[in-house]
Design a protein around this ligand. Structure first.
Ligand code: PLP
Length: 679
């Protein structure tokens, strides 16, 4: 048999009383007839007292009738005949999708196929946040949708199919159940055939089968019932067949994904041979990364500063879907649209004072390119074409495109490899005084010398305010930034602040520059701008910069996907979310937890430094870490997702991370350091 052991089939309906239990029972019989080891599982049963007198009751009795001897289990049952969320609440408990899914998965190991019958329809709540759809998604189930074949069937089926796909579910088949032939609801042959055709076509379902009404199933004649079940099973044979043949997408799961990836895909900062170790991710939800094998990792990275609200946030997904329905993309040349305007308005309301023009682009690196070009064009426009170089501190990181690379740290960056291609910029000492420490004015001398020597050639100074990110996760004193502002003003140099990483709350302020009370001339934002859902960045500039460039010509940049409406809509929703929960409080709490949780690392030999700012926690070792070994340790032993680099083990969890999750992250780092797993 080709079936993966522990395949889960989730049988749901367009509502209650559509014949779901009969369809599930017939499917069990069809699987048995096909020689598959199948079992039935009812995760939540409401309105039923289980196993009275040792006899199966409710749905379990129907399964036993269709498929004598089949293993049937109910995980939880409640006496109240209502939705599981309410029935559970009335019994003084709360169901969670995570716990129910874990219990189902545990049981699913006992058979090749486990037929799980949901309660009611797909959006029936298990609690006030999660529905049966989230359960089916977490189970990575094949969905069989049961639809009462009466007037309205198409509408109900299409609504459920749309909803299922919105939740990332695969629908293997639709089963149309007929009412009694003599009932007024029964449809004639023409409509029934049309329903099948429409569901295949408009519903994009390959397999639509009819299950007729079997009067014998409600009679007391065991032989007649057995005949009826035999016929019902025969009707569902194609569904059983589809579930036992690995579908094209099923074959892609697990090892299939890794094999292709290793042979054909390239990963960030990685060689292809040997391919880097990767973990295949099936899904994300909240602060969890769900691996293909079902393991759930606690996220410590926010997908590189981006997923600040966690993953799959309903408000962001809703914005994405609504916008997708209207207009996924349209060119921005000569056209404009509401998502861009709404986002621009919101961005300017949050941004440091004085910024009034927004240029949207695709990624952080491109925003840096655009910012550099903007500064150079500005100097040309005001009659200073000699001011065409850029100053930057050592230790910075601004992206991987050529212009951005040119202002990254020239040693850690890739200048050596690309010498002659990367522009020759002006560098000075990295900020030496740490954030929260004493400021030593002598540490400014290198920056001052650079301005003294090259001020006439400089179009702009670019830096990451307060936190140098990928260049070393270094948190520095805000006076450095204040002084940079003063020097720029003195030398007619524009100040570009790259808040691609730090923007939108990560350091405890909306923008890190607020720690120094400094406003830039040009600001780059990205990453968390869309809550990590889509790629989008923006360059914000002062009006006089836009005016000067425009008086002289046009700004020479215009990406194809500029102001992509999907990305803009999600970004607006993400920024609105920041108004809706106390992110600053959450970041403050995470900061305290990170400080407390990472403090024990300070005294361990091999540790050079421990530093925390906002929701960023860093342990710096004295030597480069063994990243592959560390990652295996974090994933396999601690169930956390932390990706170290160079000498750094660091975390920047989503702002919505629970206290116990942050504790798990710091405990994993402390264990790695204590046990020498980083060597
Ligand atoms: N600027 C900073 C400060 C960054 O941290 C990064 C990425 O890490 C970038 C720019 C580049 O952004 P992207 O990777 O979206 O091109």
């Amino acid at each position: 048999m080709k079936t993966r052991r522990d395949t889960i089939v989730f049988v749901t309906g367009t509502g209650t009383d559509v014949g779901k239990t009969v369809a599930a029972a017939a499917l069990l019989a069809a699987l048995r007839d096909a020689g598959v080891s199948a079992q039935a599982l009812k995760p939540v049963q409401t309105g039923c007292v289980p196993e009275a007198d040792g006899l199966p009751t409710g749905d379990a009795a129907v399964y036993a009738d269709a498929c004598p001897g089949v293993s049937v289990a109910t995980l939880v049952s409640f006496p109240e005949p209502c939705s599981p969320h309410l029935a559970a609440a009335m019994s003084g408990t709360r169901l969670t999708v995570g716990e129910v899914a874990a219990a189902v998965r545990e049981r699913s190991r006992d058979a090749d196929i486990t037929v799980v019958e949901g309660a009611g329809g797909l959006l029936v709540p298990l609690n006030r946040e999660e529905t049966m759809a989230e359960l089916a998604a977490l189970l990575d189930a094949e969905v069989v949708l049961v639809v009462a074949n009466v007037l309205g069937a198409i509408n109900h089926a299409l609504l459920t199919l749309e909803s299922a796909r919105n939740k990332g579910l695969r629908v293997a088949a639709v089963v149309l159940t007929s009412p009694r032939p003599e009932s007024p609801e029964a449809l004639d042959e023409t409509i029934r055939q049309d329903n099948i055709a429409v569901l295949k076509d408009m519903g994009r379902v390959d397999l639509v089968v009819e299950l007729p009404y079997f009067a014998a199933l409600s009679e007391n004649d065991p032989e007649a019932r057995a005949d009826a079940w035999r016929e019902a099973a025969a009707r569902l044979r194609p569904v059983a067949g589809a579930l036992t043949e690995p579908a094209a997408n099923a074959a892609r799961r697990g090892e299939g994904i890794t094999a292709f990836d290793e042979t054909h895909l390239w990963h960030p900062y990685a060689a292809t041979t040997p391919p880097p170790k990767t973990w295949s991710v099936r899904a994300t939800r909240g602060t969890r990364i769900v691996l293909e094998d079902g393991r759930e990792l606690i996220d410590g990275m926010s997908s590189w500063w981006a997923a600040v609200h966690g993953y799959n946030h309903p408000a962001l997904l809703e914005a994405l879907r609504t916008q997708a329905g209207r207009m996924p993309h349209v060119m921005f040349g000569g056209l404009t649209h509401e998502p861009a305007v709404a986002l621009g308005e919101k961005l300017l309301s949050l941004a440091p004072a004085g910024l009034s023009r927004v240029f949207f682009c695709d990624s952080g690196s491109v925003s840096v390119e655009a910012a550099l070009k903007m500064a150079i064009q500005y100097q040309v426009a005001i009659g200073k074409p000699g001011k065409h170089r850029i100053a930057a501190p050592l230790g910075g990181y601004h992206g991987d495109t050529l212009g951005a690379m040119g202002v990254c740290d020239p040693v850690n960056g890739m200048h050596g490899l690309f010498s002659g291609v990367v522009p020759n910029q002006v560098f000075f000492d990295r900020p030496a005084c740490r954030f929260g420490g004493r400021f030593d004015p002598d540490t400014l001398s290198s920056m001052e010398a650079a301005f003294r020597e090259h001020g006439d050639e400089l179009a702009a100074l670019i830096l990451e305010p307060v936190v140098q990110g990928a260049g070393g996760m270094w948190m520095y004193h805000q006076d450095y930034l204040r002084h940079a502002r003063r020097l720029c003003d003195r030398h007619g140099v524009l100040l570009i602040l790259d808040e691609v990483a730090t923007g939108f709350g990560r350091t405890g302020k909306m923008f890190a520059a607020e720690w120094a009370d400094v406003a830039p001339d040009i600001l780059c934002v990205g990453k968390a701008l869309t809550g990590g859902c889509m790629t989008l960045a923006a360059v914000l500039a002062r009006e006089e910069i836009a005016r000067a460039i425009s008086a002289h010509g046009v700004f020479m940049h215009g990406p194809t996907f500029m102001a992509n409406p999907l990305a803009c809509a999600v970004a607006r929703a993400s920024l609105d979310l920041l108004d809706q929960y106390p992110w600053q409080e959450r970041v403050g709490e995470i900061e305290i937890q990170l400080q407390r949780g990472l403090a024990p690392c300070r005294n361990v030999s091999g540790v050079a430094d421990v530093r925390v700012l906002g929701a960023i926690g860093v342990v710096e070792l004295q030597e480069p870490v063994n990243a592959p070994r560390l990652q295996r340790f974090f994933v396999d032993r601690h169930g956390v997702w932390i990706r170290p680099f160079a000498k750094l083990i660091y975390v920047m969890p989503p702002y919505v991370s629970a206290e116990k999750d942050v504790a798990a992250l710091t405990a994993a780092i402390a264990a790695a350091v204590r046990e020498g797993e980083w060597k």
